[in-house]
Design a binder for this molecule. Structure first.
Ligand SMILES: NC(=O)c1ccc[n+]([C@@H]2O[C@H](COP(=O)([O-])OP(=O)(O)OC[C@H]3O[C@@H](n4cnc5c(N)ncnc54)[C@H](O)[C@@H]3O)[C@@H](O)[C@H]2O)c1
Length: 261
């Protein structure tokens, strides 16, 4: 059996990758990374305007890039999205469940509406998308699913309280392990990336307003800073590609050392 050279193991040339909510933030940089490694890209987004700008950047890599309007909470949107990708590309190799929302408040004040919104987008959405895309990958006998969870699925953040977000990400880590175990012998791998504090549109307001929480986050992070979206590019391509062919059900912390203290 010939063994591929290491950089060839990272190639995903000719693959088809979906990145949900990939128009901005972490999803945008991971979509660019997958394109740089040779994959065609489908960005799904609730609002297509931002995604259309990202599409232009991705096409500069010489791959195909489609934008599909879809809300991950809505089963009909997800079914339409999968149909449309199969019609255009004929297969789905890689799925990044990246779309997510953050809401924070003290547990005794969290409204049921906010709780449901966070669980719907961050946990039920990835379940629906993975179930539908998983069916295709199982038929193909191959696929890689990467869930963007968070260190909040493992630790309780401070000083901001955010029980719904933490619970949604903890659930996503367990969903990752459950689907990974069920599908491992059928060629579909499922893993999770758990970022620490990353500076993106999701947290930008706090940075602009010099929120004192930011200094607290830095003080609690051995590297003394937040991460940038491009610092997920390496792990994204690793998990998408055959470089991680014996990796499934795993959770990768990318947190500047936060969980080491
Ligand atoms: N920024 C951080 O510090 C951080 C840390 C850990 C984990 N994460 C996770 O990483 C992922 C990306 O976060 P980000 O910082 O880039 O945030 P972001 O707000 O910049 O991007 C989130 C994307 O998800 C999309 N989205 C939201 N609800 C959706 C829905 N119902 N259907 C489809 N798309 C939807 C948004 O339109 C946006 O494009 C999220 O799952 C987030 O929880 C972020």
């Amino acid at each position: 059996m010939s063994v591929k050279k290491v950089m060839d193991q990272f190639s995903i040339k000719g693959c088809v990758s979906i990145v949900t909510g990939g128009g901005q933030g972490l999803g945008k940089q991971m979509a660019i990374a997958l394109a740089e490694a040779g994959s065609n890209i489908v960005i799904t987004s609730r609002r297509v305007e931002t995604a259309l700008v990202t599409q232009k950047i991705i096409e500069l890599e010489g791959v195909r890039c489609s934008v599909i309007q879809a809300d991950v909470r809505l089963e009909n949107d997800v079914l339409r999205m999968v149909d449309s990708i199969l019609q255009e590309f004929g297969k789905i190799d890689i799925l990044f469940n990246n779309a997510g929302v953050w809401r924070g408040d003290d547990a005794e004040k969290v409204t049921t509406e906010d709780w449901r919104e966070v669980i719907d987008v961050n946990l039920t959405g990835p379940f629906i998308v993975s179930r539908e895309v998983g069916k295709i990958m199982l038929q193909q006998g191959k696929g890689s699913i990467v869930n963007i969870a968070s260190m909040s699925g493992i630790i309780v953040n401070t000083p901001q309280n955010q029980c719904a977000y933490n619970a949604s990400k903890g659930g996503l880590i367990m969903l990752t392990k459950s689907m990974a175990a069920e599908w491992a012998k059928r060629g579909v791998r499922v893993n999770a990336i758990c970022p620490g504090y990353m500076r993106t549109e999701m947290s930008e307001d706090r940075y602009l307003q010099n929120d004192p929480a930011i200094q607290r986050w830095f003080d609690m992070t051995p590297m003394g800073r937040s991460g940038t979206a491009d610092e997920l590019k390496g792990i994204a391509v690793f998990l998408a590609s055959d470089a991680s062919s014996f990796v499934t059900g795993s959770t990768f912390l990318i947190d500047g050392g936060y969980t080491a203290w």
